[in-house]
Design a protein around this ligand. Structure first.
Ligand SMILES: [Zn+2]
Length: 407
């Protein structure tokens, strides 16, 4: 079968000379080994910043004993072979969870099915760390790591994985904020990449006034999308106070100044840029009792000066909360699917606008990630053929799909 692999990730002989490179090649078609495993034909795979960093930062880790890694962790596929006991049937559309638990006996998170909170760090992530991803014609996965996608969600089902990241945060925020009576009004999203835009759309669906603060120009596709959904877009022009190495306590960050000028309190901030100085500006900009969720992974080793006394004082005196969040659980995937449907109902066509490039597998080796728009999706099967492969719902006495979330 065809697969997109990244070579040159390790210094092992034959690994490709030490510079990561994407290649379209042949790989063995995977086989089911147990009745719990399901063979999935891949329809499409989304690319994101992690895929870029696998190339630019050598972030990826091939499976043990291998020198190359099949990339791709945002998947949409269709079941080709499954035992009835799995609850899945050929023709079911599915997307796959990314992380698999570690095997460390003392990891209480993984031992309790919460591998998105793995403590040992020895987890495996498909397409990222220690296991092949989904950018190939087929993959095999245990049914418990597959989430069924309703046929009507097929056009945007590939966005379930990135949306699950947002849902995990919202789920955590709701639980943590039970510490008080909390009536959030304004959300601020830092960054207008796919994750930032999905966070902004989620906030709009939640009825929050939404401000997106990003370096992208005010006439960019992302900025237009924010405005179309009733959000406010602000192009960030100035360097963050924290990045400028401001004297402790002396400067107000451009973010705080902007919010103050608008008369807004940031009850909830999603940091989706991975530009670490902005995280400290966000701590300052956060409203009393607010939550700052950090989602952006920073590959570098930057160090900066911060107004430590000021930040510490405000965090304490204003009950501010900072929360780091990565990966997502099955429930977050299922809530994500619900939310994507909600977005499409409220803002018809919005999710289609998030996908700015549709590529073929042949296009991937030459891909320049820097030139991509909002979100690139690789169609492994051309979209017009999906309908022949996916089983229509309601065929026979079909029950509705049961999901594990409550809204
Ligand atoms: Zn673990």
């Amino acid at each position: 079968m065809k697969a997109i692999t990244v070579t040159g990730l390790s210094a092992a002989p034959g690994a490709g000379g030490g510079e990561p490179r994407l290649e379209l090649g042949e790989a063995d078609k995977p086989q089911r080994r147990t009745g719990a495993e399901v063979l999935v034909r891949v329809l499409c795979v989304g690319l994101d910043g992690t895929d870029r960093e696998i190339i630019s930062e050598k972030y990826g880790v091939p499976p043990e004993g291998d020198t190359t890694l099949i990339i791709g962790h945002e998947s949409l596929g269709v079941v080709e072979e499954a035992d009835p006991a799995t609850g899945l049937k050929p023709g079911d559309a599915v997307c796959a969870l990314v992380r698999r638990p570690c095997t460390v006996p003392a990891c209480v998170a993984c031992r309790n099915g919460q591998q998105d909170f793995c403590e040992s760090g020895a987890y495996v992530e498909r397409g990222i760390k220690g296991a092949h991803g989904f950018l190939s014609e087929y993959y095999v996965e245990e049914a418990r790591y597959l989430v069924r996608v309703p046929a009507e969600a097929l056009p945007y089902g590939v966005m379930t994985e990135p949306q699950s990241i947002v849902e995990k945060v919202w789920s955590e925020v709701q639980r943590v904020q039970q510490r008080l009576v909390w009536q959030p009004k304004t959300a601020v999203v830092l960054g207008s990449g796919p994750l930032g835009l999905l966070a902004a759309l989620t906030c709009r669906c939640l009825g929050l006034e939404t401000i997106v603060w990003s370096k992208a120009p005010a006439d960019s596709a992302g900025a237009q999308l924010v405005r179309e959904c009733g959000g406010v877009y602000k192009e960030a022009e100035d360097a963050p106070a924290a990045a400028a190495g401001a004297e402790a306590g002396a400067a107000v960050s451009p973010l705080s100044a902007f919010l103050a000028a608008q008369g807004k309190r940031a009850d909830l901030i999603f940091e989706c840029t991975g530009f670490s100085p902005l995280a400290f500006d966000a701590m300052e900009a956060l409203a009393p009792n607010g939550v700052l969720a950090l989602l952006g992974v920073t590959p570098g080793s930057r160090s900066i000066r911060i107004s430590a006394d000021l930040l510490n004082r405000e965090l304490v005196l204003e009950n501010k909360l900072i929360l780091g969040s990565v990966n997502a659980s099955r429930r977050d995937f299922e809530t994500g699917l619900y939310r994507l449907q909600q977005m499409e109902e409220r803002f018809p066509g919005v999710l289609g606008k998030l996908v700015t490039e549709r590529l073929r597998m042949e296009d991937v080796p030459q891909l320049d990630f820097a030139k991509l728009g909002i979100k690139a999706v690789v169609d492994v099967v051309p979209q017009e053929q999906w309908v022949q492969l996916v089983r229509a719902e309601g065929a026979g006495a079909e029950a509705e799909i049961a999901y594990s979330f409550t809204v």
